[in-house]
Ligand binder design. Structure first.
Ligand SMILES: [Zn+2]
Ligand SMILES: [Zn+2]
Length: 413
């Protein structure tokens, strides 16, 4: 397991200008001074820069790096392997600049790129997808073949600009050290396409679009709730959009925490998997198929919160195979809720992996998985009640447990 680092960002309150430090996972920002809440909109990816230490008046050049932080799951003939990755790599191919941001982004506070930042921002020319392939090649070097399927569940994809100055050599603008050999006399930094910074972080107010009440959520919450009209909201292209939500009522009066799960309805082709009965047969579950199950729908399930990769997989399979279908209530739960901090889009990325993990016998995976196509259709955010015990959260009717300490640690992932 590699160490996972949450980047820290120096920031100013968009209302009153007071300084604040954000974690990269923060979405809901409440200013400590004016108390105004705002929500950070993530369109595509966030763009950060490392502040420079160069002498004042120097013309700064900002070089872009893609950064990926997340989990890689590899489906092999022997089972599913997982890795946690936190990597950066040049977003423009260049022998003159360092190949990655290195450790500096972890040791220093970053800032959001803004049009007020002076300097030449080199435009990324390598698409992230290509860089991801390079990351995967590195991961896959030591992996046994064949690799049947791979999914990367990235909680963070961002662009980090590192500062440099250009003289006889390219100088690192943080360490003030040369990073290149002597440059040709004809060298011009404008050989790299770019221009002034043209991006700004966007904020929206956290008011319920339905009733105007103040929305609630933890600082890393991707879904905000309105306690007044009991609706839930997530950021989308056009601001906040309503989330379809349901919960399974708690069976006991024990201290309860509701954990969020994405339930996804999808069409699967290349495999007989249309009904609940098909699911039981494919996973070889010890259940007697009831005739009506041949018509009953089934859904993919997976955590809507961050946990370590191994627990993530286990929870994905346990919930999908137990298909909690009984008496869901089409409303947010009445008690304490764990925040949604894994987006639906990332859960969608796991569907094939989910399937690969429960096909039995295991050796069928190798022949089945390469031909399978999965088309997601509908989603529902479902909160399942877990009893809060000393070390674990326990869902007694589905027989699922989550370690509490692990859930707390996962906030950094
Ligand atoms: Zn403020
Ligand atoms: Zn409301």
């Amino acid at each position: 397991m590699e160490k996972s680092i949450n980047l820290r960002i120096d920031h100013q309150c968009p209302q009153c200008g007071a300084p604040a430090t954000l974690d990269e996972t923060d979405r809901l920002f409440q200013c400590a001074f004016c108390k105004v809440k705002s929500y950070l909109m993530q369109r595509g990816y966030f763009r950060y820069l490392l502040p420079h230490n160069a002498a004042t008046g120097r013309e700064m050049v900002y070089f872009p790096y893609w950064r990926f932080k997340g989990m890689i799951f590899s489906c092999l003939a022997s089972g599913i392997e997982n890795r946690f990755l936190d990597l950066s790599q040049q977003a423009v191919q260049s022998p003159l600049f360092p190949s990655s941001v290195g450790l500096r982004s972890q040791a220093m506070k970053l800032r959001f790129v803004s049009p007020e930042t002076k300097g030449w921002f080199i435009r990324p020319t390598l698409p992230f997808q290509g860089v991801m392939e390079t990351f995967l090649e590195r991961v896959n070097r030591r992996m046994p073949r064949p690799i049947l399927h791979q999914s990367h569940i990235g909680e963070s994809l961002s662009l980090i600009y590192a500062p440099f100055t250009v003289g006889r050599r390219i100088m690192d603008g943080v360490l003030n050290q040369p990073v290149s050999k002597e440059l040709d006399e004809t060298f011009q930094i404008s050989q790299y396409a770019g221009g002034p910074a043209d991006w700004r972080i966007e904020f929206i107010p956290t008011l319920c679009p339905n009733c105007g009440w103040d929305l609630q959520g933890r600082r890393d919450a991707l879904v905000l709730s309105c306690k007044h009209c009991e609706s839930m909201w997530k950021a989308s292209k056009n601001g906040l959009s309503r989330v379809n939500v349901a919960h399974l009522p708690a069976a006991s009066r024990a201290d309860t925490l509701y954990l969020p799960f994405w339930r996804i309805k999808a069409d699967v082709s290349g495999l007989e998997l249309a009904s609940y009965a098909d699911l039981i047969r494919l996973a070889n579950l010890p259940k007697v198929v009831q005739p009506e199950w041949n018509q009953a729908p089934w859904h993919f399930w997976g955590p809507a919160f961050k946990v370590r990769p191994r627990s993530f997989l286990r929870l994905t399979h346990q919930t999908t195979l137990s298909q909690p279908r009984e008496s869901l209530v089409a409303a947010a739960p009445p008690g304490a809720m764990h925040p949604v901090n894994l987006p639906l889009s990332e859960s969608v990325e796991t569907l094939k992996l989910n399937l690969a993990g429960f096909i039995r016998p295991q050796k069928r995976v190798e022949t089945c998985i390469p031909g399978v196509q999965i088309q997601p259709r509908r989603y529902l955010l479902v909160y399942l009640p877990f009893e809060v015990r000393h070390h674990d959260l326990v869902q007694p009717s589905l027989n699922i447990a989550v370690n509490r300490a692990q859930l707390a640690l996962a906030e950094n992932l």
